[in-house]
Write a protein that binds this ligand. Structure first.
Ligand code: GTP
Ligand code: MG
Length: 195
């Protein structure tokens, strides 16, 4: 996809703040610090439109980015972030769950996992949750630059097995650092946007 423009629209904590209109939305899910915001930046070719950080817990609200006046990327707080109170975590959980279940504009969710490690229990819960609600899923196995090429397939298989990934769900090996998998990821997302 050719990116003509990309702009931050709103940081939302509740549904009244979500953008109005009917443009398709694609949400990012994944554990804290896995590289969700970096994924958005890499796809749109902008270094820091979505704020990233080496410290987990950077993204704390639902952040809507309008791309080409055509669709939104929705950056979501990561799960498994220990340094917030239980109460705070529960309220994020509810906000995200409500968004995922009740948003007609949502066309699909990108689950970002770290290629280096087997998906966590939270990753599996997220995958199962999305399957249960029949929300389309794309798995991105990122940080591939941290693993020698010869081991990519072995790690990809571990990701598939741990998630018990359905053969019909796409999975793309990715690196925000090196731009690996960018074209393939776009091809999958374009199916949701209807390009
Ligand atoms: P939260 O907003 O805290 O949930 O984190 P996030 O999932 O948005 O992660 P973010 O994109 O902020 O990236 C976290 C850290 O991982 C940053 O230091 C990034 O530079 C680094 N990172 C992200 N993607 C890659 C990648 O593909 N390769 C490498 N080597 N580092 C990456
Ligand atoms: Mg983030």
């Amino acid at each position: 996809m050719k990116i003509k423009n990309a702009q931050f629209i709103i940081s939302a904590v509740s549904s009244e703040q979500y953008p109005s209109g009917n443009l398709p939305e694609i949400a990012l899910a994944g554990r804290s610090n896995v590289g969700k915001s970096s994924f958005i930046n890499t796809l749109i070719g902008r270094k820091s439109l979505a704020r990233t950080s080496s410290k987990p817990g950077k993204t704390q609200t639902l952040n809507f980015y309008l791309i080409n006046d055509q669709f939104y990327f929705v950056d979501v707080p990561g799960y498994g972030y220990a340094k917030v109170s239980k109460k705070q975590r529960e309220s994020w959980g509810k906000m995200i769950e409500k968004y995922l279940m009740e948003r007609p504009q949502l066309k699909g969710v990108v689950i970002i996992v770290d290629l280096r490690h087997p998906p966590t229990e939270d990753d599996r819960l997220m995958y199962d949750f999305l399957k249960h609600y029949q929300i389309p899923v794309l798995i991105i196995a990122t940080k591939a630059d941290k693993i020698p090429r010869g081991k990519w397939n072995k790690h990809l298989n571990i990701v598939k097995e741990t998630l018990n990934l359905s053969p019909s769900d796409p999975i793309v090996l990715f690196s925000s650092e090196k731009g690996i998998g960018k074209e393939e990821a776009w091809r999958e997302l374009e199916k949701w946007i209807g390009e």
